[in-house]
Design a protein around this ligand. Structure first.
Ligand code: UDX
Length: 447
């Protein structure tokens, strides 16, 4: 049984490679020739642990093939997975142009008995109101009767995408006809995870709502962090305590400089725009978005509170990707931080173990360095922007090249700030203020 995956971006390629690992014959389709040739060499176009190795295995044992001809792929496969990008447009809505164009190409060679699986993230109603009419009119076939149409959202985190595909938190399949949903679900029979079959709009909604909830959890933690800082309470300890309630849970309550990446900001904006089109103002999600826009600038304000005007100051940013362990800079919080620093007159040096090259394309004006030491050399201050392990291991001697040893820990990676403070390094951290305003006269820490 052959499965074609149309769109070899992060989701499509990971899904295809994982399905080949499960024993299926997978055909990858992309119109981008550079991307295809890199995949043919067994090299993923982006960094993702395990992916290259598993791709190479699939190529060697011929369970993975690839090409750019969608129509041929459709003719020779039972299942066709659509995993093309759905970026946001200027107004914040989902841009469906890639998805609809791809649906048109698929429709041209669609024949009875096929099952189309949408994996791209889309607003509720998109599959039934926009994709299905194209598939039906261009093929002359009837959805649900002649061909199957199914929505199967992904919940992959970058940096652990293969693990998340093979050991998912859940598998959601939204289907027009139950039998097609069951056929798609049976592709994952060897995976032990909670499985839920719904209708298509529900599956579309589950995907967006999951990401919006995660985003809201993070913004909530960030807002509490700002309060904790003011009154001298440590937000990490607070969330450790709060998260022990299993109705709440500790994950995604790490305060920091806000969320970035290819999904949370995009899906939040898409759900807000979608509700606006349905005359509903989602106030909570708008607040989540606005906390997230302000949060990265907190690091810049903390710098200024100590250093005074940033004009002429040299500031190092450690961590340029949207999170640790990836080379992806989409919606990275390093961008508003660097832009704000530059606008306040600072010179910015940056370092990331994986993302220097990608960040340079995003902001050519800042100076990128090959190591932490180089980035810190001569700096008046530094902002830790991701949770890289090498930042957590920084010792007093690592800061010795700085002109002024002042560090903003934007992701709470430094385990013992007190130790570094004892060596004359000035540390400020998100959610860790030094005011003791709520401790009364003798109130000391329990530590
Ligand atoms: C996210 C979702 O987790 C995943 O389920 C979905 O399919 C795609 O979007 P990803 O974009 O890979 O995955 O990143 P994630 O690990 O969720 O982190 C997103 C952002 O939130 C990062 O910038 C990260 O630094 C930030 N974050 C995450 C926090 O600030 N605090 C947290 O507690 C968790």
């Amino acid at each position: 049984m052959r499965i074609s995956v149309v769109g070899c971006g992060f989701v499509g390629l990971t899904t295809g490679v994982a399905l080949a690992h499960l024993g299926y014959r997978v055909h990858l389709v992309d119109i981008n020739k550079n991307r295809l040739s890199s995949i043919t060499e067994g090299e993923s176009p982006f960094y993702e642990p395990l992916l290259d190795k598993m791709l190479m295995t699939g190529l060697k044992n011929k369970t993975i093939t690839m090409g750019s001809d969608i129509e041929k792929a459709v003719k020779t496969s039972k299942f066709i997975i659509i995993a093309v990008q759905t970026p946001v447009d200027k107004g914040g809505s989902s841009n469906l142009s890639f998805l609809l164009k791809c649906s048109r190409s698929i429709a041209r060679s669609l024949s009875a008995g096929k099952i189309i699986i949408i994996k791209s993230t889309v607003p509720p109603g998109t599959t039934l109101n926009k994709v299905v009419p194209i598939l039906e009119s261009d093929s002359g076939l009837k959805a649900g009767k002649d061909f199957g149409i199914v929505m199967n959202p992904e919940f992959l985190q970058e940096g652990r995408a293969i693990k998340d595909t093979l050991e998912p938190s859940r598998i959601i399949v939204g289907s027009l006809k139950k039998k097609h949903g069951e056929q798609v679900m049976s592709l994952f029979h060897s995976i032990d995870a909670p499985k839920l079959i719904t209708d298509i709009p529900t599956a579309e909604m589950i995907k967006l709502v999951s990401n919006c909830f995660l985003a809201t959890k993070i913004s909530f933690a960030n807002e509490i962090a700002n309060l904790c800082e003011k009154v001298g309470v440590d937000v990490v300890e607070v969330m450790d305590g709060v998260g022990l309630d299993d109705r709440i849970g500790r994950r995604f309550l790490n305060a920091g400089l806000g969320f970035g990446g290819s999904c949370l900001p995009k899906d939040l904006s898409a759900l807000i725009a979608f509700s606006r089109n349905h005359d509903l103002n989602l106030r909570l999600l708008k607040a989540t978005e606005s906390v997230n826009s302000a949060q990265p600038l907190r690091a810049v304000d903390l710098l200024e509170e100590t250093l005074g005007s940033l004009k002429g100051k040299k500031i190092a940013i450690l961590g340029l990707a949207f999170k640790s362990g990836v080379d992806d800079v989409r919606d990275t919080r390093a961008l508003p931080i660097a832009t704000e620093l530059v606008s306040r007159g600072a010179t910015v040096m940056g370092y990331d173990p994986l993302a220097n090259e990608n960040f340079q394309k995003l902001l050519p004006s800042i100076s990128l360095k090959p190591s932490i030491k180089d980035a810190l050399f001569g700096a008046d201050g530094c902002i830790i922007q991701t949770e890289e392990k090498e930042f957590a291991k920084l010792r007093q001697q690592d800061f010795s090249g700085m002109r002024n040893r002042f560090v903003i820990d934007g992701r709470r990676v430094i385990q013992s700030p007190k130790k570094l403070t004892d060596f004359g390094i000035n540390i400020k951290a998100i959610g860790l203020g030094d005011t003791k305003s709520v401790r009364g006269k003798g109130g000391s820490s329990a530590k």
